[in-house]
Design a protein around this ligand. Structure first.
Ligand code: NAP
Ligand code: GDD
Length: 337
């Protein structure tokens, strides 16, 4: 039985990856940080199927213990401060967690499980301003946000551990991927929740920022399959994972509200406060290498994904979720931590 250690197991990708690896017969360990809010629903769902180890990206000792205890064949580093918008307000924390956190984990693997294969969650945000021109898995990387800088730091550090210390570290450069388990502050989940609320008769308009931004949005369960496939490749690789098709935030709103028979223009307002200090107008990836080298193909397209997400929000909100006359939950609530 193979053994996998996942950081970020309570997040969107971590929870789907745990499901996927358990289905494949893996024994799964998850690094979980203790918060004053108590156990998250994501952890409660996984607790009886995975081994939980307390740890934090900010704490070297806890990561070293996690690697020692789990004796992993595969390590998936998915933990991060992952919200790009927040990274301008908390650049130091973002660099510490998302950038240095990865280095701490590589150190732990180097010391305690040097034969393990490591997956680093790199991001299309690393391309930043370079995305206006041709890019591939080697770059160029010109990040526009503190989050992008932190991911570039982790990405280049992975290459150092690969070349200097012989670790088998692969970096998946993933473009945006979404699901009903997405955090509430990301735009797909926010819009799908807004559409569900509007369908239930709530009249407060949804406040959105840049409607013209285009992203290559895929289905998260498809993307965790790619993470696992990447680590099965005999050589460590850096690889783009994407659908190759982009849509604008405006398209997203149109499709989500249309899924409940509404016109998005009647329910959305522009809000300057949602704009970012800098923006990448278009991030579109190229899935060719993932198809050729890993045999990976996305199975759920954009329209189907958004319909599934709107349906999931409707299921969350009804029937007992919203007492009559209660104010609707804020869909633009700040990140939970
Ligand atoms: P997510 O839902 O925000 O999950 C982040 C996870 O990291 C959570 O489990 C969170 O734990 C954990 N975490 C945050 N800070 C931590 C710390 N200091 N110590 C330990 N754990 C910590 O993110 P995701 O969408 O699943 O993304 C997974 C990874 O892929 C992230 O590294 C993200 O940056 C990267 N990525 C995501 C996408 C995408 O479109 N989803 C695309 C490219 C790359 P709590 O539950 O305690 O908060
Ligand atoms: N969150 C949010 N809220 N984004 C909005 C809004 C809004 O009200 N209005 C417009 N947008 C635009 C953002 O400006 C951005 O261009 C796009 O919608 C997507 O924003 P997010 O869903 O917050 O995701 P992201 O692209 O910034 O980052 C996600 O994808 C990266 C990969 O490219 C995250 O998952 C990162 O962790 C990941 O690395």
């Amino acid at each position: 039985m193979k053994r996998a250690l996942i950081t970020g197991i309570t997040g969107q990708d971590g929870s789907y990856l745990a499901d996927h690896l358990l289905d494949l017969g893996y024994q799964v360990w998850g690094v979980v940080r203790q918060t004053s809010a108590g156990e998250s629903p994501a952890l409660a769902r996984l607790r009886d199927r995975v081994e939980v180890i307390q740890g934090d990206l900010l704490d070297q000792g806890s990561l070293s213990r996690a690697v020692r205890q789990s004796r992993p064949d595969e390590v998936y580093n998915l933990a991060a401060q992952s919200f790009v918008g927040r990274s301008w307000n908390e650049p130091v924390h973002t660099l510490e967690a998302t950038g240095m956190g990865a280095v701490r984990l590589f150190e732990a693997v180097r010391d305690h499980a040097p034969e393990a294969r490591v997956y680093q969650a790199s991001s299309s945000e690393m391309y930043g301003y370079a995305a206006a021109g041709p890019v591939d898995a080697t770059g160029p990387f010109l990040p526009h946000s503190p989050y992008g800088v932190a991911k570039v730091m982790a990405h280049h550090s992975a290459a150092v551990y690969r070349r200097s210390h012989g670790l088998h570290v692969s970096c998946g450069i993933l473009f945006n991927h979404e699901s009903p388990r997405r955090g509430p502050h990301f735009v797909t989940r926010k819009v799908c929740r807004g559409a569900a609320l509007a369908a239930l008769g709530h009249s407060e308009p949804l406040a959105l920022g840049n409607l013209e931004a285009r992203r290559d949005w895929g289905w998260a369960p498809d993307y965790v399959r790619a993470m696992h496939l990447l680590l099965q490749h005999p050589e460590p690789l850096d690889m783009m994972v994407a659908t190759g098709v982009s849509h604008s935030v405006r398209d997203l709103a149109r499709v989500a509200y249309a899924a409940v028979g509404l016109h998005w223009e009647d329910h959305v307002r522009l809000d300057q406060a949602q704009l970012r200090p800098a923006e990448i107008p278009n991030l579109t990836g190229d899935p060719t290498a993932a198809a050729e080298l890993l045999g990976w193909r996305p199975e759920v397209d954009f329209g189907e994904m958004i319909r599934r997400m709107v349906l999931a929000e409707l299921e969350r909100l009804t029937p007992a979720g919203l007492p009559r006359g209660a104010p609707p939950p804020r869909v633009d609530a700040p990140p939970p931590h």
